[in-house]
Write a protein that binds this ligand. Structure first.
Ligand code: NAP
Length: 297
């Protein structure tokens, strides 16, 4: 049994699909297993008795986290260790998702797993605490740090850009922040491949040999400004014509609470070398997402 949290989130939904061949799945949302409620976490895990928990739930709103520090810390910082502790009692393992925002974004090149974390936001601090909590429990686990996640469903940059363009509103995006737009389906499928290849869905102890922290994002790099243009260039008319109207802006010009890092690039060499498969370039994934959205329209 695999227990997936955040079942209706971008990643959680794709995990339900991608992990299905690995065994029976129980997926829960925030009402079924509220992560700020440690008693609820323990009750659900004891009832479901999973072999592996895949924790795709998070307080994922960077700006709201600045105002809701206690809640963000409960969900992102404390809950992962409670989950880890419960699943350890059952002899199971944990796959936990974290973020590149544990780094401050000042480095000039992509961050690797050996770089010292230095969060620049309440959100980043809460995620770092969550990672430390999982490691502290000492169970077979994987922590996958990702970033700039989007998909055909949910609230994300791709959908917001298409909606803004369709509404005829101005399109202004940061051109001084670098990252790799990462399709949530790619992250889910990479997770499924890792669990299948290591046998961890049946034998979580297998993660002892691979356990630890990995960066998992698309290959390549871009800015939000270039990403917005790439989205609209792949859209049907009349949205496609609006690609040329996307205007660059700087981080300083934005009225947001939490500071976004200039460099959100993650070096995924450790992941690709350990598990032996490549992570596709963000443009290839974007082509597929846009084709899928076009077909389903
Ligand atoms: N989105 C990104 O750009 C990005 C970047 C880096 C890392 N990540 C990480 O990747 C993972 C998945 O992100 P995502 O983009 O799929 O996020 P998402 O679409 O915002 O989904 C987050 C999920 O968390 C659940 N959740 C929120 N509060 C909860 C609570 N108190 N108790 C239980 N569940 C709660 C939500 O459940 P309900 O639907 O029931 O409310 C939702 O399904 C997260 O760890 C996230 O931090 C995401």
């Amino acid at each position: 049994m695999i227990l997936i949290t955040g079942k209706n989130g971008q990643l959680g939904w794709e995990l339900r699909r991608a992990l299905a061949p690995l065994g029976p799945i129980t997926a829960v949302d925030a009402t079924e297993m509220p992560l700020e409620d440690t008693g609820a976490i323990r009750r659900v895990i004891r009832k479901v008795r999973p072999t592996i928990v895949v924790n795709a739930a998070a307080h994922a709103d960077l700006d709201r986290a600045e105002k809701q520090g206690d809640l963000a810390m409960a969900i992102n910082g404390v809950a992962p260790a409670i989950i880890a502790d419960e699943i350890k009692r059952l002899g199971g393992g944990l796959v936990h998702f974290s973020t590149g925002l544990v780094f401050d974004g000042v480095k000039k090149t992509a961050y690797d797993e050996g770089d010292p974390p230095r969060p620049a936001s309440v959100y980043g601090e809460s995620r770092l605490a969550g990672e430390a909590g999982v490691r502290g429990v000492g169970l077979p686990h994987l922590i996958f740090r990702t970033g700039w996640v989007y998909g055909a469903r949910g609230k994300n940059f791709l959908r917001t850009t298409l909606e803004t363009a369709a509404a005829g509103l101005p399109l202004r995006e940061f051109n001084d922040q670098r990252g790799a737009p990462t399709w949530c389906r790619m992250v889910a499928e990479a997770t499924a491949l890792v669990l299948a290849q290591t046998g961890a869905a049946q034998r979580p102890d297998a993660l002892e040999d691979y356990g630890g922290t990995y960066h998992l994002s698309a290959a390549g790099e871009t800015s939000w400004f270039e990403f917005a243009r790439a989205i609209l260039q792949r859209a049907p008319e009349p949205l496609r014509s609006r690609a040329a109207e996307v205007a660059p802006m700087t981080t300083r010009e934005a009225p947001v609470r939490a500071r976004r890092p200039a460099n959100a690039l993650l070096d995924c060499t450790k992941f690709t070398e350990t598990f032996g498969f490549a992570l596709p370039d963000w443009r290839e994934s974007l082509d597929l997402v846009m084709e899928e959205m076009e077909i389903s329209r």
